[in-house]
Design a protein around this ligand. Structure first.
Ligand code: HEC
Length: 98
């Protein structure tokens, strides 16, 4: 009985850890070459370590999907083709950067 409770708790905790990861992974694959977070990454775009203090969720989405709407000359590519789930994961991760 006790083992079952411990097992369930473990499954819950690892589930949470997994749920927190895809956005950060995606960021490291697609964004980190241009953006620094906590001292790691490329310096082509702005440092995003505290981006959630500057930008709302709506602004984040707009900048990721249509960077040229904010700055027509930007070198940041559009990520409007990300799947909904990927975009949500990414935004969830970016919202932790504060
Ligand atoms: C090729 C380089 C490049 C890549 C790849 C890139 N960006 Fe950018 N990003 C930029 C540049 C340059 C800017 C500055 C915007 C401008 O030109 O006005 C920027 C701006 C931003 C901003 C606005 C920051 C602010 O403080 O206003 C956010 C948020 C952002 N990028 C998120 C992302 C995310 C998330 C990804 C990955 C899905 C990504 N970027 C991929 C170059 C890049």
């Amino acid at each position: 009985m006790r083992t079952a409770v411990i097992l369930l708790a473990l499954m819950f905790i690892t589930g949470l850890a997994w749920a927190g990861m895809p956005g950060e992974k995606l960021f490291n694959r697609k964004c980190a070459m241009c953006h620094i977070v906590r001292g790691r990454g490329g310096a082509i775009g702005p440092d995003l370590t505290k981006v959630a203090l500057r930008l709302s969720e709506t602004q984040l989405k707009a900048r990721i999907s249509y960077p040229k709407k904010v700055n027509p000359d930007t070198s940041m590519p559009s990520f409007a083709t990300l799947e909904n789930g990927e975009m949500h994961g990414l935004i969830d991760y970016l919202k932790t950067l504060r």
